[in-house]
Design a protein. Sequence first.
Length: 441
Amino acid sequence: MSLSNLQSRDLKHLWHPCAQMKDYETFPPMEIVSAKGSLLHTANDGPLIDIISSWWCKSLGHGHDEVQQAVRDQMEKFEHVILANTSNELIVNLCEKLISLNPGYNKVFFADSGSDGVEVAVKMSLQYQQQNGQEQRKKFMSLQNAYHGETILTLALGDCGLYSAPYAALMPEIKKILDIPYVSGKVEDLPFEDFSSLLEPLEEYADELAGIVIEPVLQGAGGMLFYHPSFIKALRDWTSARGIHLIADEILTGMGRLGKVRACEFAGVLPDFSVFSKSMTAGFTPMSCVLTTDEIYNGFYDDYETGRGFMHSNTYTGNAISAAAAVAALEFYEREQVFARVAKDSVYMHELFEDVAAETGALLNVRSCGFVVAADLDMSLAGLNKKRCGYELYKKAVRKGLLLRPLGNTVYFLPPLNIERDLLEKSADIMKELIFEELRS
Ligand SMILES: Cc1ncc(COP(=O)(O)O)c(C=O)c1O
């Protein structure tokens, strides 16, 4: 395979993420020269529709004018200043916005990546329990098929062997809740159900648990699986009654991705901690935050000598460029009522997927909520029934101008919240074409 100059230089030094690098021998990296809106422009081929929002974070597409301008303006003032013992107008604005969007919370702690944010929430939960008379509460649980990030602790909270298996020797054992009421179809249409009986097996751990960590409603990396929001209500009732924290990882689901600020709103539930990232800065820069209550905060507030402070310190916590992007993104969401538009357009995106499923007969279990729709390739069909079918589709989709990155055999759209309808239609047409070609092969 002949490589461009850039591809040769890239493969000499760059170790790409989430990859077996040998795959790059037959599928070298695409050279991106610019990106605007939902399109990535490549050096040698046509534009690519970024139907996965560049790993789920570009909620307003690429180069969003307003967010870009806010970042430029902040660059003129300062890019980063230590947040310990300093303050600035921007970071306080961001806190006020986050709190006003999330009634019930009153405190914000900033971290860098999503994984980092989940670690902060878990550390806060454990420390709170230890120093507030619940020393026996040292364990955490999470859900089967969960994904919470790539650090050792977040891999242990997760349930995706593909990412965590080689590091099992370092990972603490974190039990998984197994009976999850997964659903098909459109999540927003589901009536309330009582799932409290599903939690009975947890009773044996009730006295030792500090907290339960969940991805609310949607488990992304675990296979784009949706579960019934009423299950979160059952979890909240169960944990509240026993003094166990509920920690919601809203990194993927929050800030409009599912059409609401928090996916837990579908269940009318306020966890003890909610973690945001990705759409919070419209994917401009890495930043995450943990929102929590006065009750948790007060469990740390004391004289220095008591050692009860929360001593977590990342270099870039509260980074000003990220804060500028976040404030601009949150202002845009609010002014343009982006989340309400998501709730409406998601019906349209779901129908497009249903059409592809009906016409090809090759998609099972179409499911969606907000601006995420997914389905599984029917692997029993000749043509699809081959090794790494999803990866093969990915390579072919790119040649047709669509950055479709199946997760195993699950195909999904998770586009920028402001994508134009014609690009959604074009994406569905390309996916249909691809599937037909595979079925004929
Ligand atoms: C639900 C969830 N939690 C945590 C993370 C980790 O975030 P990051 O990659 O920024 O560390 C992700 C990333 O996709 C995610 O989807």
